[in-house]
Design a protein around this ligand. Sequence first.
Ligand code: GLN
Length: 523
Amino acid sequence: MARILKSRGVSISMQKLDPYLNVDAGTMSPYQHGEVFVTEDGSETDLDLGHYERFVDQNLTSSSYATTGQVYSAVIASERRGDYLGSTVQIIPHITDEIKRRVHQVAHESKAEVVIVEVGGTIGDIEGLPFIEALRQMRSDVGRQNVLYAHVTLLPRLGVTGELKTKPTQHSVKELRGMGLQPDLILLRADSFLADGIRAKVSLFCDVDESAVVPLVSAQTMYEVPLIMEEAGVGELIMEKFGLTANAPDLEEWRHVVERIKHPARQVKVALVGKYVELVDAYMSVREALYHAGAYHDVGVDIKWVESDLLQSGAEDQLAGVDGIVVPGGFGYRGIEGKIQAAKYAREHGVPYLGLCLGLQMMVIEFARSVAGLKGANSTEFDAHTPHPVIDLLPEQRQVFDKGGTMRLGSYPCQLVPGSRAAEAYGQEVVHERHRHRFEFNDLYRKALTSKGLIPSGILEDEDLVEIVELQDHPWMVATQFHPEFKSRPNRPHPLFRGFLSAVIKRSEERAASVPLQKERVA
Ligand code: GLN
């Protein structure tokens, strides 16, 4: 929705209201919620904010994300301060007011014409009630003509008969009405084609115009969804409801990216070595950043998800067939030695390598152990008594005991070293990138490592912290202490992912060219 409004020149902003009690997404397991996304201003959020930023190509801020935990903490703090002296503090109006205040704040800060607010969870969840009620009140606060309610429902398909069932949609609309809300637009999610008559049926039972019942069948790439919605008339419907006039939608650039993603000229294979390979959501932004860079180079990126535990005794079996290796971020000891093996394999075999946060730490540890002769080198996160803590906490981090929101978070400037691969990829001298980690490259080992060919190619100047490292004698082995994946957009792929994929493509072409030669030799 945001993309199609933006394509008309309407200014937009977005917000996710997450009804769970956690104060932020930072302490939640990727098993349950997928990746933790980080905004420029250092807020740890649900991965949906990553989608928002990618779809609208706009940085969002901490205001764009609110949970029940944040809302209640704010109201209870006000109560303790005595802001409500004399009153009974209640869900309505105090909690609902705080929710509305946060919605207005996004509108105020962004000055956007339209703010799209998504409430997480499912209609009927107990935790969701105050949020739905707040949005209901919004209708009289800002005027009926200024609020549009869109309801996303699922049409399950019965395996035996292949029939799509509208009952859950009917029931959730009934439930919504019980809360005083009537949807203006119903988006029907289905895994495959909707038979004739389904829209009419939903329209009749749910009292929504048939033109406002929009099928959303799973697409080949999610970037196609705005095009499908535009085609279905959603853009016009919203414009009409709000009485907005604007330009005709310009989705050309977007269409081009979608075409490239759907029909790449050729494929390359990249291994993503992670702890949660059964759960691609945990590496959502990394996956998307690879796809964006692929679209830029007109190649499809075939990601081989490799479970790091499988690499512990050597990486040959899993990594022999790939043209690039990515080691993404992570926490905790499990899978570490496997990731170190992946870095070793990349270094020894000249395979392009991109390390992201933990991926930098793995590369440094491997280099320290294998090249600089620092036996037993490690991060103090994994071995508190390592003889060579090449990755360690900064002294000020040692005093921090709370887990929530206490990492180095959000955007920091990074000075690039001229002539390095990183500087070449960015084509800039200073860049700003987002962080989410506790441990750092240990400066005490900088000399020992650089003298052997590890190049610190990005530095946080004020504190002289190493932010990027790369290898001198290698086609492309670059790793960052920050998370470049958070800033990649389909229409503006991240420079480091672009640079990495250039190297991957080069290697895959060289390998393809060398195969017939080898065959000839055998013949
Ligand atoms: N666990 C590491 C640290 O805290 C890396 C974090 C990450 O990859 N995001 O420094």
